[in-house]
Design a protein around this ligand. Structure first.
Ligand SMILES: [Zn+2]
Ligand SMILES: [Zn+2]
Length: 167
């Protein structure tokens, strides 16, 4: 399919140019007919087939992610398997990780990552001392019932019965 497009009669005509199609310099070498050098030819080809390449790449990633794995979590929208479903959801389904959790009634405060990854990240935080940042952020955290806190929806709201609070 791809080769057919390239070999198409219209695109197969090679113009004998005097100047480079990319940088405009005179073409001195006989080896080149459209571009002055390999650098310029690569430049043009990189931009020309960028879309096609990214399509191929996503197809490859999708094929990989279609294989069920115990070391990954399944996306509830497309059914593919990822280590970080939250990141995948943002990139592929255009919703935030929080929106995803609310939609599928998942715990809001838990990440959608497999256990090994969680442990790995925890160990990493201890190793490079980023866990100390938690102390710095303490003053920004509210306790339950604080007026500054937003109302939660989704997982928490399953237990939330309006009558109970507003009679
Ligand atoms: Zn050039
Ligand atoms: Zn998905």
């Amino acid at each position: 399919m791809y080769l057919k497009n390239v070999m198409n009669k219209n695109t197969w005509k090679v113009k004998h140019r005097k100047t480079c199609a990319v940088c405009g310099k005179l073409i001195t070498s006989k080896r080149f007919r459209t571009y002055c050098s390999n650098t310029c030819r690569n430049k043009r080809n990189n931009t020309k087939y960028a879309k096609h390449r990214s399509k191929l790449q996503t197809a490859r990633y999708d094929a990989l992610a279609s294989i069920p794995s115990k070391e990954k979590k399944q996306c509830k929208i497309c059914g593919r398997w990822y280590v970080q479903v939250g990141t995948h959801v943002v990139q592929r389904h255009g919703m935030t990780a929080r929106e995803y959790r609310e939609k599928f009634n998942l715990p809001l405060k838990k990440g959608i990552v497999p256990k090994w990854y969680k442990e790995f990240k925890g160990k990493q935080a201890l190793d490079n001392k980023t866990c100390k940042n938690l102390k710095q952020g303490k003053k920004f955290r509210y306790k339950k019932g604080d007026k500054r806190a937003k109302k939660s929806t989704g997982w928490k709201s399953r237990r939330y019965k309006p009558d109970q609070y507003y009679g």
